[in-house]
Design a protein around this ligand. Structure first.
Ligand code: SF4
Ligand code: SF4
Length: 282
C-alpha cells in the first residue's frame, strides 16, 4: 500500500486537528439532554426505542383470531431452530386445509434477528418490547404464541378506495361499449358507416371523400373500354392493310364454300346407293 510520509510540521498539524475534532464531540455531548434510564425506578414510565426487539408475539384480535396459516415459512427462516409450528389438516367446505395447533417459540435460543417476522407472508408475528424475561427454569422460556381456542381470521375482502372504484366502473363501461360496438355490425350496416365520420377531422374527412371520388372515377374508366372493345381493332390497321385482311377473309370464305360444295356433290351418289339397296334386295 502506498504511504506518503509527511513532514514533521504536517504531522503535527494533523494531530492537532484530530484532537480538536474529538474535543468538539465531547463538548457537544456535555450540553445535550441526558438519556440515562433510572431503571428499575422508572419501570412505569420506561419507554423503549421502536427498534428494540423484546420477545416474539402473535397478535390476536378481539375475536381471539390470529393471522397464522401454519405455512412454516418462519420456522424454515429461523437460523436457530427457535420456532416449532405444529399443524393439522382439517376439511372445510369439501377442501382440505392446514390449521395451526401450536406455535412454539423458544425465547432462550432466539437471537432476535427478526428473520421470522420479515419472512412471514401474512404479518402474523411481531416483536414486542418486553425485556424482563428472567426465569429460574429454562423450560419456561418455551412459549406458546397462539392463545388457547384461537383460530385463523377469515380473509377480509380488500377495501377499495373511491378512485379505485371509479376506475373499475370506467373499465366496466368501456368493456360494455366495446362489446356493443362489436355486436352492432351483425344487427345492421348503418351504424358502422356513421362511426368514421366522427373520428376524423374535417380536413381528413375531405381527403377521404376525395380519395373515394378518385377511386369511383378510376373504376368507371376501367369499365368503359370494355363496352367499346369491338370497335378498337378497326382503328389498329391502315386502310390498305384492312383491305388485304378483308380480301384474305373473302378468299378463305370462298375456299370453305368450294370445299363444302364438293362434299355435298359427292354425298347424293352414296345416298342413291343406300336408297337403291332395299329395292335390289326386294
Ligand atoms: S407465523 Fe407466518 S410464516 Fe410462520 S407459520 Fe404462521 S403464517 Fe407462516
Ligand atoms: S428472531 Fe431470529 S432467532 Fe428469533 S425466532 Fe425469529 S428467526 Fe429465529
Amino acid at each position: 500500500m502506498y504511504y506518503k510520509e509527511k513532514s514533521y510540521l504536517g504531522g503535527l498539524a494533523d494531530g492537532i486537528k484530530s484532537v480538536a475534532v474529538g474535543l468538539k464531540t465531547t463538548m457537544r455531548e456535555l450540553f445535550v439532554k441526558k438519556i440515562t434510564q433510572q431503571y428499575p425506578e422508572n419501570r412505569k414510565e420506561l419507554v423503549m426505542f421502536d427498534r428494540f426487539r423484546g420477545s416474539l408475539t402473535m397478535p390476536h384480535n378481539e375475536k381471539n383470531e390470529h393471522k397464522c396459516v401454519a405455512c412454516g415459512i418462519c420456522q424454515n427462516a429461523c437460523p436457530n431452530g427457535t420456532i416449532n409450528v405444529v399443524s393439522e389438516m382439517v376439511e372445510e367446505d369439501g377442501k382440505k386445509k392446514k390449521r395451526l395447533v401450536r406455535y412454539e417459540y423458544n425465547l432462550g435460543s432466539c437471537i432476535f434477528c427478526n428473520l421470522c417476522v420479515t419472512s412471514c407472508p401474512h404479518g402474523a408475528i411481531e416483536f414486542d418490547q418486553s425485556f424482563e424475561n428472567a426465569v429460574f427454569d429454562r423450560s419456561k422460556l418455551i412459549l406458546q404464541l397462539n392463545k388457547p381456542g384461537s383460530k385463523v381470521a377469515e380473509k377480509a375482502k380488500p377495501q377499495l378506495t373511491p378512485e379505485m372504484q371509479a376506475k373499475i366502473e370506467a373499465a366496466k363501461a368501456a368493456k360494455a361499449a366495446k362489446e356493443a360496438a362489436g355486436a352492432a355490425p351483425a344487427e345492421g350496416a348503418a351504424a358502422p358507416a356513421a362511426k368514421p365520420a366522427k373520428q376524423f377531422s374535417p380536413e381528413m374527412q375531405a381527403k377521404i371523400e376525395a380519395a373515394k371520388a378518385r377511386k369511383a372515377a378510376k373504376e368507371a374508366a376501367e369499365s368503359a373500354p370494355v363496352a367499346e372493345k369491338p370497335a378498337a381493332p378497326a382503328s389498329k390497321f391502315s386502310p390498305e392493310m384492312q383491305a388485304k385482311i378483308e380480301a384474305a377473309k373473302a378468299r378463305k370464305a370462298a375456299k370453305e364454300a368450294a370445299a363444302k360444295a364438293g362434299t355435298e356433290a359427292a354425298a347424293p351418289a352414296d345416298g342413291k346407293v343406300e336408297d337403291v339397296k332395299p329395292e335390289e334386295t326386294k
